[in-house]
Ligand binder design. Structure first.
Ligand SMILES: C[S@@+](CC[C@H](N)C(=O)[O-])C[C@H]1O[C@@H](n2cnc3c(N)ncnc32)[C@H](O)[C@@H]1O
Length: 399
């Protein structure tokens, strides 16, 4: 299915309505580096290019839409159980974080092509919960690697081992793209000595000749040790909190996609993945709550391509899906919904005659909701007027 958005697009928005509006099977590679539930507020230093950027990484039930919790129970009972377990084991903050992530992973699974790959960058605070969620959405059989990004750093806790790694969970389908060459590493001197010699007639008189190593280098391991975080004095550093190195993103993109493929980063921050994708002649799109993402991607790509590069596209609405075929007008579902709801308004739980019932979008169309039957319900005219352009959960919370 073709994408219903153009390469070079960045939405300044919550990513959920944008993902809901994207066509299914339209993205080749997803990289996401969401907040990790690290219980911190991140702020860029004053004076840096990213000054003003900040995001919260502390979660409470107020951060999520309780309606989404219910939606998960219906659409993915496995994920719902993981969320319940997170609450039992870790508490409501982790539960809220898992709900936030689960509804987004549900959409990412839908938009990813069945030849595609997804890399979820996290840290050990939540990686074990996220892995269970990833198993429920992408399938345990499609789990490919837990990449460990090991880095040097300062700070040595007195009573613990020093924390020096992030986790990147990689899931991909059977027909995935995997090109190890850009990630190959030099062989150890010891290995070179052992392999580069003449083996001779060793087995059953057969001449095995010279045993040699792959001239392109050693097949990459699942521990990345040769890429360091951006140094405080590095040119690449913008001061954006949690900015990742370009080399890390270039590696992921080169290994798991081809030129021309569509790369999506739904938490794009200062757009590192988008800049890497652009350098590697891939198509790209990003989403971030912070308007700074747009300025930074413009600046970074103009630096690479020169001032003739047209600016990033910044739509003010989520995309509208074009892959659902021509759907009948949503009002044609009125009879069926009346039957299913037994004439009862979902809003006030009261029985009404057919003529005063209106078809309502549970998630409004302006927020990425579709005309699909799953997103429709009947409300009495009073409830429908009162709900207006809100989601069902927002409306209920107001009441
Ligand atoms: C860990 S940072 C990503 C950093 C990025 N990988 C980079 O190299 O710059 C997480 C980003 O997610 C964004 N964010 C948090 N919640 C979001 C949401 N619901 N929708 C879109 N972006 C969100 C934050 O603004 C922040 O920029």
């Amino acid at each position: 299915m073709t994408s219903n958005f153009k390469s070079g697009t960045v939405w300044v928005s919550d990513n959920l309505p944008v993902l809901r509006g994207m066509n299914s099977n339209s993205v080749d590679l997803v990289y996401l580096d969401p907040p990790f539930n690290s219980n911190r507020n991140y702020e860029a230093p004053i004076g840096s290019k990213a000054a003003g950027a900040s995001f919260k990484d502390m979660w409470t039930l107020d951060d999520i839409d309780v309606h989404e919790h219910g939606e998960l129970a219906d659409r993915n009972p496995g994920a719902y159980s993981v969320i319940e377990s997170a609450k039992q084991v870790h508490g409501k903050s982790m539960m809220s974080y898992c709900i936030f992530m689960a509804v987004r992973l549900l959409e990412l699974e839908r938009v990813l092509r069945n030849t595609g790959s997804i890399y979820l960058h996290c840290d050990p605070t939540a990686s074990h919960y996220l892995k269970l969620l990833m198993d429920s959405f992408f399938g345990k059989g499609n789990f490919r690697n837990e990449l460990i990004w090991y880095y040097r750093g300062a700070g040595t806790p007195k009573l613990d081992f020093a924390r020096r790694h992030d986790v990147i969970l990689r899931y991909a389908y059977n027909e995935r793209m995997f090109n190890p060459d850009p990630a190959r590493q030099p062989y150890a001197e010891e290995t070179k000595k052992r392999f580069n010699h003449y083996i001779g007639n060793v087995r059953g008189g057969q001449d095995f000749g010279q045993q040699s190593l792959n001239p392109k280098g050693k097949h990459p391991d699942d521990v990345i040790t040769d890429i360091q975080p951006i140094a405080p004095s590095a040119k690449e550093r913008l001061g954006y909190p949690t900015q990742k190195p370009l080399t890390l993103l270039e590696r992921i993109i080169e290994v798991s996609s081809n030129e021309g493929d569509m790369i999506l980063d739904p938490f794009c921050g200062c757009a590192t993945s988008l800049v890497a994708a652009d350098r590697l002649q891939r198509q790209w799109a990003g989403i971030d709550l912070s308007p700074l993402a747009v300025n930074l991607v413009n600046e970074r790509i103009i630096k690479d391509r020169g001032p003739l590069w047209g600016k990033v596209i910044v739509p003010d609405q989520p995309p509208t899906r074009t892959d659902l075929g021509k759907m009948p007008n949503y009002r044609t579902h009125r009879h069926r919904l009346y039957g299913e709801q037994e004439g009862i308004c979902i809003g006030c739980n009261t029985h009404f005659p057919f003529r005063v019932m209106d078809v309502d979008h549970i998630l409004p169309r302006s927020r990425g909701g579709t005309d699909h039957m799953d997103n429709l319900q009947l409300l009495c005219s009073g409830c429908n007027r009162s709900k207006g352009n809100k989601t069902m959960a927002e409306w209920r919370a107001m009441q």
